[in-house]
Ligand binder design. Structure first.
Ligand SMILES: [Zn+2]
Ligand SMILES: [Zn+2]
Ligand SMILES: [Zn+2]
Length: 264
């Protein structure tokens, strides 16, 4: 059997969020609610594989994993890779799976470039649909739309274990028919839950994500077990006593929590 453990459930910048004194951020700073780390999961097969390498990775990984799968080049998903370099654990040829474009960015730009020149990482480009076979699971990268302005692309990952399948789709511009069908095809899905509704931030058009409210309607009749992750600090779902949380639960969905373990 293999398992997937949830290591983080927040949007890239975490909760609390720099420069914010909203109720969610204040509660996390005071400790009345737990801090939320940036979205990431760990697959345990015979080895351990990290999905996303976040700025919170030092709280999320004790040992150097046997591989890291990256989704895309934004703050919360890439920058933790630096903790595998010489200033930190000085990893030895950690296999890093990413789009070829993201691999080029890592290879060509400091401070990430040093990870390659010092032999800390071994870049392994992956393409849409090409499965990586591990011990008892296979991992399939799936290209999704997330910011046209990001030429290096964005991946979701489907993980097929001996008994069950899981989709990790942390960031996507919209719940398109393709994304919806990817969700319907698996047993459990960790889905972009950045915003509950479009009125949470002023610049919502600059940072498109499907709202949880609309995703609940689209996914109303699915058999897939759905957990929302990548929650922004503004999301009312962060408050366990909120109306939003009650509506989510009564519709049969839930918020992903750090420490949750899903068996595959
Ligand atoms: Zn993100
Ligand atoms: Zn806040
Ligand atoms: Zn992103």
């Amino acid at each position: 059997m293999s398992t997937v453990e949830i290591l983080g459930t927040a949007q890239d910048a975490g909760v609390p969020h720099v420069g914010c004194r909203c109720e969610n951020c204040a509660a996390a700073r005071e400790g009345s609610r737990p801090t939320r780390y940036a979205s990431a999961v760990r697959l345990e097969d015979a080895g351990r594989y990290l999905f996303d390498s976040t700025p919170d990775v030092r709280f999320q990984a004790v040992d150097v994993p046997d591989g890291a799968f990256l989704t895309h080049a934004h703050l919360g998903h890439l920058t933790g890779l630096l903790y595998f370099g010489r200033e930190s654990v000085d990893a030895d040829e950690l296999p890093v799976y990413a789009t070829s474009g993201l691999g080029d960015v890592i290879r060509d730009n400091e401070p990430l470039r040093s990870l390659v020149t010092e032999g800390n990482v071994d870049l392994r480009p992956v393409a849409d649909g090409d499965a990586v076979t591990l011990e008892t699971t296979s991992v399939t990268p799936l290209r999704v739309d997330h910011r046209e302005s990001l030429p290096t692309g964005t991946l979701a990952y489907r993980i097929d274990g001996p008994d069950r399948s899981l989709l990790y789709v942390s960031d996507v511009d919209a719940l398109t028919a393709r994304v919806e069908s990817l969700i319907r095809e698996v047993d459990v899905a960790l889905v972009d839950g950045t915003f509950w509704s479009r009125d949470e931030i002023d610049r919502v058009d600059d940072v498109p994500h499907p709202t949880v409210r609309s995703s609940m309607r689209v996914l109303d009749d699915v058999d897939t077990e759905i957990l929302f992750t990548h929650l922004n600090h503004t999301n009312p779902l962060l408050d366990p006593a909120s109306d939003a949380r009650e509506r989510l639960a009564s519709a049969g969905f839930r918020v992903a929590e750090r420490g949750d373990v899903l068996e595959l």
